[in-house]
Design a protein around this ligand. Sequence first.
Ligand code: APR
Length: 234
Amino acid sequence: MQRIVILTGAGLSAESGLGTFRDKGGLWTKYDLEDVATPQGFAANPVLVHEFYNARRENCLQASPNPAHAALARLQAAMPGQVTLVTQNVDDLLERAGAGDVIHMHGQLMRALCAACGHRWDAPRVMQPHAPCPACARAATRPDIVWFGEFPYQMDRIDQALARADLFVAIGTSGNVYPAAGFVQEAALAGARTLELNLDASANAGLFDETRLGPASRIVPGWVEDILSATARP
Ligand code: APR
């Protein structure tokens, strides 16, 4: 039974029209991440932070999954229990392509979190600062996004999957942000083969056994077909 762990980044959703962060014209070239993606930024200016995530949520609602999202959903369905989908992305395009049980280690645009009581609920299309939490009524609601300096979600589950992986695949991520950028070494230490599918070589390209370069909407379906035809062979 082949166990595959897949880590995706902004490049997976780039062809769906959602911005990446560090490419030319990326989000961090337009906004200072300190202002909109840290707890300190949120404390200083919750209106700006809600506006930033409301705009990204709107972009996400207008976007559609691309062939790379669909290919990963197809792989997961064809190999039940063998594919762990971990994403740094906060969009829901994998789910809208039919994938299930996606591990959103950096949170989700479509979820809201109460900073006071920890309650989570489906985010309204436009989140207002000081809107009361549905559970405790305190005005402490925030997007359910993991900001810089906060702990990514479900790390125990991710570490367990990496420890048992036969194959680790990183798709559309620049390898700049930890702990995600360290997953390739964790998987390799556990004996997994490692593959990178990216538009350009990432910061940790040298750590992968194999790299395939190209747009995700082309190279991810191609890779999935390779895997499915290999597993179909007797
Ligand atoms: N197909 C495949 N890869 C692509 C495409 C594409 N069409 N377009 C861009 N890429 C690649 C780029 O070459 C780059 O390596 O996607 C990567 C995007 O890198 P980043 O913008 O750094 O995004 P990511 O790696 O997901 O950032 C990680 O940083 O700011 C935090 O929380 C944020 O989750 C994010 C994390």
